[in-house]
Design a protein around this ligand. Structure first.
Ligand SMILES: *[C@@H]1O[C@H](CO)[C@@H](O)[C@H](O)[C@H]1NC(C)=O
Ligand SMILES: *[C@@H]1O[C@H](CO)[C@@H](O)[C@H](O)[C@H]1NC(C)=O
Ligand SMILES: *[C@@H]1O[C@H](CO)[C@@H](O)[C@H](O)[C@H]1NC(C)=O
Ligand SMILES: *[C@@H]1O[C@H](CO)[C@@H](O)[C@H](O)[C@H]1NC(C)=O
Ligand SMILES: *[C@@H]1O[C@H](CO)[C@@H](O)[C@H](O)[C@H]1NC(C)=O
Length: 406
């Protein structure tokens, strides 16, 4: 790229950012007609994560909200958790970590696809420095910390989340906080064009955590482990954590209702859990895993990474366990592996459907506010649809008639 091209790209990006801010301000002030832009993304999978105001809307409603009955406690709890708040600092200061060439000439390695090679060469690099931090985020009594996986270029999604479900607020005396989790820009051009904007965004909103590892698909597990470590370092008093993607719809109110009903559950981990998932062996699939990386028939139970909820003490246990396991390239499966070591079975909740809700993409459910009003997390909504749906759901709708889901 010539300097001139770069300048042009940079100018375009600045302009886009300003436009996004202006648009969102206008939208927030009600200058945009709700309901004019509700075409669901044609490739959308609808994911639903938790429903509350279900009663009377759906015939299946009562099942959604049946409080979870705790299973008898396992007699041994693994491992013993010692809490050490003394650290209170991100203690990783060097990014130096060289490739592990120990197996680079083995036959099984040579035959792998380049992304798996890269993953394996750097798999032992566990922690990186933090470049944007907010140690103050968890001070006081935080009830629910919402953390959202995001990448540097998707500021529009962050912007909309801040205006909708990610808005920091106090509900019935319960503090809710939001953070976005980011890695380093994935190219020099991205660094040149976006890093400063990101820092400015953080200067305004104070809700970005960024670490110095490449923000790639296979490094999502690093994002997971870095968050767990960060949480264990800075958040001794947070009751619950919601972790999810930046393209979902979340009903915070419904999540709080659910958590209130599950108040006595220890080791709470709830989401769209799949049991006995098989590793995907088709090379063209995004989630393909070669035999050399995982050779068992099934994965342990795990919750789809689109959105799930866990309690604070469990989050700290997961941090300790994650350090004892080798990194696995799929972040939600990796967390399932950690839960397995802890002997915690994640809870499957019908209102979390992060693996797709309505197969028929033209289904009116995909644009039905009464449906969204009943849910916990719905995937997939991009910024304009999310903000419109948000206004509809939080506006004056009366949802009286029954909707037949599925
Ligand atoms: C990191 O590596 C660079 C170059 O390899 C070296 O100059 C630097 O001293 C290293 N830093 C640390 C903290 O090891
Ligand atoms: C590579 O192998 C050597 C010798 O077996 C071992 O000491 C070292 O820890 C290995 N490197 C990594 C990164 O695992
Ligand atoms: C993950 O991030 C590290 C640090 O930036 C990088 O060296 C490594 O190549 C990345 N791994 C993948 C699979 O992208
Ligand atoms: C599966 O992998 C483990 C560890 O990598 C190895 O010890 C075991 O022999 C493998 N099993 C099969 C059936 O290939
Ligand atoms: C919303 O509902 C309230 C109370 O039911 C009513 O007074 C108000 O006029 C409604 N607003 C709109 C815009 O429909």
């Amino acid at each position: 790229m010539t300097t001139r091209d770069r300048w042009r790209v940079y100018k375009t990006l600045c302009l886009m950012f300003v436009l996004a801010v202006v648009t969102l301000t206008v939208v927030q002030k009600g200058g945009v007609n709700p309901g004019t832009h509700l075409q669901p993304d044609s490739q959308a999978r609808v994911e639903v994560v938790l429903g509350s105001k279900m009663k009377g809307y759906f015939s299946v409603s009562s099942r959604f909200w049946k409080p979870y009955k705790p299973q008898p406690e396992a007699s041994t709890e693994l491992p013993q958790v010692t809490q050490d708040w003394a650290a209170g600092m991100w203690d990783v200061t060097s990014s130096n970590c060289s490739a592990n060439l120990n197996f680079s000439t083995s036959d099984w390695f040579v035959g792998l696809e380049p992304n798996f090679k890269q993953f394996l060469l750097y798999r032992h690099c566990r922690y990186f420095p933090i470049t944007i931090n907010h140690p103050e985020k968890c001070t006081g009594d935080v009830y629910l910390l919402m953390v959202v996986k995001s990448i540097i270029t998707q500021y529009d999604r962050r912007e909309v989340i801040r205006k909708t479900w990610g808005k920091e607020q106090v509900v019935d005396g319960k503090q809710i906080k939001t953070l976005f989790l980011l890695g380093a820009p994935s190219s020099e051009a991205e660094r040149a064009h976006h890093q400063k904007l990101l820092e400015y965004e953080d200067y305004i909103y104070r809700d970005i955590l960024q670490w110095d590892f490449l923000d790639s698909f296979f490094n999502l597990t690093l994002k997971e482990t870095h968050f767990l470590k960060w949480f264990s370092t800075y958040c001794p008093n947070v009751h619950y954590v919601f972790k999810g993607d930046d393209d979902v719809f979340v009903s915070v109110e419904n999540i709080i209702d659910y958590l209130e009903m599950s108040r006595n559950v220890r080791n709470l981990f709830v989401g769209d859990v799949i049991f006995k998932a098989k590793p995907i062996r088709k090379k063209e699939n995004k989630y393909y895993i070669p035999q050399a990386l995982y050779n068992k028939t099934y994965y342990p139970p795990y919750a789809g990474g689109g959105g799930f909820v866990m309690d604070g003490p469990l989050t700290r246990k997961l941090n300790l366990v994650s350090d004892t396991l080798e990194l696995y390239p799929i972040d939600d499966v990796f967390l399932g592996m950690c839960l397995e070591v802890l002997q915690v079975t994640p809870i499957k909740h019908n209102a979390f459907k992060t693996f797709g809700l309505v197969k028929n993409k033209k289904s009116r459910l995909n644009r039905e506010p009464c449906f969204f009003k009943s849910m916990l997390v719905v995937h997939k909504l991009l910024p304009p649809d999310l903000i419109n749906m948000w206004k509809l759901v939080n506006g004056n709708i009366t949802c009286s008639q029954k909707l037949a889901i599925l």
